[in-house]
Design a protein around this ligand. Structure first.
Ligand code: TPP
Ligand code: MG
Length: 337
């Protein structure tokens, strides 16, 4: 029986982390959040300096990305949208690979099989059926890998979302669907996206469990994802997780949200940002010191400095690559000479 728990799950307001997480796990979650935060903040600077192209900012989405992926093993697959472009960092993917993707350089096109991370998906929701298919395929082969797909609130209005989640449910495929509900699809608010009370409610229509979590609470996201991954691996089928928060950065570097967003609300939400909240929790528990936090940040900054240097040191791509997979026989106006 499909059930959606109506309340928004929170952990950080209390005094105890989820059972099974050691101090080193809690610090590793912190390190990953800082790495993603630093990647994102440096990327906005690199964009302004003309060193990467248009960039989809994920500031304050780190709790969702780090918390949801932490229960995954290396054999499990991740299907990112453009909002999770840097998720490979949590598996040790070099920063320069992702920076090259945003620079439009072919060395940014990693092979999904090398990392068990699908290509960054820019069309909204088209990777949801890919994740469902991969999960089903793993099941047919008797492998116990799980597929986790990330997408936004706007993606839940797409046919591909419906097809993918429904297919995974019908096939009882080991998939976890993580909806990053940041309240906006560029300038379309979530209220204009659906008449459903919550996005997790959509799970009922597919006959699968739905969970709502505070998307700024890394431990709540982790706990929900761990349950979903364990259920999927044990043959219990897919889960839809709705991680709720509010987008406080522009949609992308090409967007000016002051034309449509409530700037006072943005300020309020920025004050509750997810990394600071997690650091305060760890400090309250005596697990994190400000010296340790500072050294994690400076390590992450060094990773990004080395990453952009390595990306910029690479030779520019051969322009003919643009057409390499486009034509068997290039038309005459595209042939040299
Ligand atoms: C199939 C498709 N339609 C339209 C677009 C243009 N587009 C790019 S981002 C976006 C908004 C998506 O919003 P949401 O799913 O909430 O994800 P978020 O950007 O908030 O993470 C749209 C409509 C697209 N990329 N693909
Ligand atoms: Mg959105």
């Amino acid at each position: 029986m499909a059930e959606v728990a109506p309340e928004l799950r929170r952990v950080l307001d209390g005094d105890a982390p989820p059972t099974g997480l050691s101090e080193s796990d809690l610090l590793e979650l912190h390190r990953r959040m800082v790495l993603l935060r630093t990647y994102d903040e440096r990327s906005v600077v690199y964009h302004r300096q003309g060193r990467i192209g248009t960039y989809a900012i994920f500031w304050n989405h780190e709790a969702i990305q780090v918390g949801a992926t932490y229960p995954l093993g290396d054999d499990d697959w991740i299907f990112p949208s453009y909002r999770e472009s840097a998720i490979g960092l949590v598996r040790g993917m070099p920063a320069e690979t992702i920076l090259q993707w945003w620079r439009g350089h072919p060395s940014g096109w990693w092979s999904p099989a090398d990392w068990n991370i699908a290509s960054i998906c820019v069309p909204i929701a088209t990777h949801v059926p890919h994740a469902a298919g991969l999960a089903w395929g793993k099941q047919l082969r008797g492998e116990d890998a799980v597929a986790m797909a990330f997408f936004g609130d706007g993606a839940t209005s797409e046919g591909a979302f419906h097809e993918g989640v429904n297919f995974a449910a019908v096939m009882n495929a080991p998939a976890v669907f993580v909806c990053n509900n940041n309240g906006w699809a560029i300038s379309t608010p979530v209220e204009a996206q659906t008449r459903a009370e919550t996005l997790a409610d959509k799970a009922v229509g597919y006959g699968i469990p739905g969970i709502r979590v505070d998307g700024l609470d890394v431990l709540a996201v982790y706990e929900a994802a761990r349950e979903a991954v364990e259920r999927a691996r044990a043959g219990g089928g897919p889960t839809l997780i709705e991680a709720v928060h509010y987008r406080v950065a522009p949609h992308a570097t090409a967007d000016d949200p002051s034309a449509y967003i409530d700037l006072a609300r943005v300020e309020e939400e920025r004050a509750r940002e997810c990394l600071g909240r997690y650091e305060a929790f760890l400090m309250r528990l005596g697990i994190l010191t400000s010296e340790h936090a500072a050294s994690v940040r400076s390590d992450a900054e060094a990773v990004l400095r080395a990453g952009i240097a390595a990306a910029e040191a690479e030779a520019p791509p051969d322009a003919s690559l643009l057409f390499q997979h486009a034509y068997v026989d290039p038309p005459p106006n595209m042939r040299n000479g």
